[in-house]
Design a protein around this ligand. Structure first.
Ligand code: PAF
Length: 282
């Protein structure tokens, strides 16, 4: 498997592929690959001639420096996993300088308000960092299609908006959330959970599933209060937010309306580890 560290080397390999009319699937990651990433890569392999996986822990999207320092970095085992899957995968593992040059700053984006909801409120600047790095990575990789998990549903909607704003030709594909048997949504951060935190974590998805079951009969207020209660009684998990929001603009609602699609979103702390999840409600 070829591992590229220099952007110019990758750009020139991709140019050759595109000249030969090959399609390029792209799975951007921050590494510490898990089954959720691998499902994205497998889908990309089915739909493209070649797949590029980037492994880059992007400093500009971390609003918390401790989270950036502690983010798991496992390039050797990531490459091993990918090489066992297919020979049609190329890895891009650049340094920050290679992606950003000397000035590691993010662009101030207006994603038509999507960036101000939920994660945007609790992680200021996060989506500017995501938008900035993805614009740079899309320019380097020139993908035909790029694949993102619905666990980060807000990110997925923002990436679609980024591509529209920047008039990029890549097609953005959202893929279903991959879960542990316990229901915990797969995330690289799960590697940092201790035994007690792991044992407590199924409450997150269990709560979302109950909200989905109650969505037809209960009011939004009742569901919000019920979710708060679930976490008040828990010693390990601390609720940061729970919101029922419209898919279209991600604004949280107080009342349901006809012919509108909703999702429930949640962010929870297990110690210092932040876990997010969401579920389609209708
Ligand atoms: O979802 C992620 O892992 C990151 O936000 C992404 C899309 C790789 C950008 O750094």
């Amino acid at each position: 498997m070829h591992i590229y560290e220099k952007r110019r080397d990758l750009v020139s390999s991709v140019a050759t592929l595109l000249q030969a009319q090959k399609t390029v699937g792209f799975v951007p990651t921050m590494g510490a690959l898990h089954k959720g990433h691998m499902a994205l890569v497998e889908r990309a392999l089915k739909e493209n001639d070649i797949v590029i996986v980037s492994v880059f822990v992007n400093p500009t999207q971390f609003n918390n420096s401790e989270d950036l320092v502690n983010y798991p970095r496992t390039l050797t085992s990531d490459v091993q996993l990918l090489s066992e899957l297919s020979t049609n995968i190329m890895v891009f593992a650049p340094t920050p300088q290679e992606v950003y040059g000397e000035q590691m700053i993010s662009t101030n984006y207006d994603f038509e308000g999507l960036e101000n909801e939920m994660e945007g409120k609790y992680r200021p600047g996060h989506f500017d960092g995501v938008g900035t790095v993805l614009k740079r990575l899309f320019n380097i990789v020139s993908p035909t299609k790029a694949y993102f998990g619905e666990k980060d549903f807000q990110q997925l909607q923002i990436v679609k908006k980024l591509v529209e704003i920047e008039k990029m030709s890549v097609q953005i594909i959202g893929c279903p959330i991959f879960r542990e048997e316990s229901g915990l949504a797969l995330s690289s951060r799960n590697k940092r959970l201790n035994k007690k935190q792991l044992q407590a974590s199924p409450l997150i998805y269990k709560t979302l599933k109950q909200v989905k079951a109650d969505f037809g009969t209960k009011s939004v207020l009742e569901m919000n209060e019920w979710v708060s209660e679930q976490f008040k009684n828990d010693d390990i998990l601390e609720l940061e937010y729970f919101e029922i929001a419209k898919i279209s603009d991600l604004k949280s609602i107080k009342e349901k309306q006809k012919d509108t699609k909703y999702r429930a979103f949640i962010a929870v702390f297990a110690g210092k580890i932040r876990l997010i999840d969401n579920i389609a409600l209708n």
